[in-house]
Write a protein that binds this ligand. Sequence first.
Ligand code: UD1
Ligand code: UDP
Length: 368
Amino acid sequence: MAIFGTRPEAIKMAPVIKEIEANPDTTPVIVVTGQHQKMLQQVLDIFSIHPDYDMQIMEKQQTLSTITSKVILGLDAILDNEQPDLVLVHGDTTTTMAASLGAFYHQIPVGHVEAGLRTWDKYSPYPEEMNRMLTDDVADLYFAPTPLSKNNLLQEHHPESQIFITGNTAIDALRYTVHADYHHDVLTQIPQDHKFILLTMHRRENQGQPMRDTFEAIKDVVTHTPKLDVVYPVHLSPNVQTVAHEVFDGVSGIHLIAPLDVTDFHGLAAQSYFIMTDSGGVQEEAPSLNKPVLVLRDSTERPEGVTAGTLKVVGTHTDSVQQAMLSLLHDQKEYQAMATAANPYGDGRAAERIVTICKDYCSHKNQR
Ligand code: UD1
Ligand code: UDP
């Protein structure tokens, strides 16, 4: 049973579901919590995934407590009804953490896809660092994307025999979405001799002043740099929508658009000059697309991308964001080094490995 609820979980669980579907020995039961509505549906449509259960929990301005309690309560009947051999969750959202706990309460084993990412800072990202630690406390199988994430799990004394380095399924997903001849309407608004930056920003710890400071910095650079545009698909969270429109509305060269489906996002990312983001998933995808990323956060749980050279953590202060943008725009050597770094997140075959391990685990479990 795969349980997920938000856009990034769906994108990175999709290759695993496709692999389970393609395998004659395994049957997926797909449960969406509906923590996201529209942004989740976009992904389900692209990958032709049809949930068996939709818990439809989303509320405007939802709190972490309501998400958690609704997921745990809602899963009771579903888990009783289906009695799955294994529950799979992905990443670090509140759906992930609550679904793991729900499965544990039913004594059903949990496989954690993208296990072991850490910043070691409880509040950055918030609440995701704690969500993934709690999920790893409950999990029985750990699918660590890299040797570093495996090492993080070992440091917390999770059993080595249950940890598997698989690569990140984000890279598998790119195989389904990236097309060379991609076109989007927003591109017709950007003159051909302009460069454009693709921007996303949504994290809870950035909402409020950090987000406003970052947007002001970007506005200033775009206003003073000829032939530079920004494309920003704005997350549907009201806390993000409000600040984005307050700072950017009416600014020439800044294009606010609706959240893109994942094919569109990857298509635009591939044509951008560079990316600015506080997203987790985008940090993993960018090295495969050969795009430098300025990470709009104080820390990252993806240090592999920093070591490889693709990611630069720049924070959210106006000065540091401006300096990082100007440096990447004007220093060709820095740009080339970031754009040509190797992808540390795997070979695009993570889902295949995960499903093989799950099958093996379930057949041993059923023999006991
Ligand atoms: C959630 C995850 C975060 C992940 C992000 C991916 C938690 C606590 N946060 O954050 O880890 O990085 O998803 O995008 O699990 N909304 C809509 N329609 C949608 C989706 C969201 O209207 O399709 C609005 C709703 O008003 C909702 C708000 O966005 O209340 C916030 O959604 P929520 O899932 O609580 O937080 P995210 O910032 O999306
Ligand atoms: N993404 C998308 N449309 C957008 C912005 C992002 O499909 O308009 C994709 C992106 O390619 C990545 C994922 O959504 O795969 C990241 O999701 P998000 O940034 O919402 O969450 P995070 O990864 O930070 O948890």
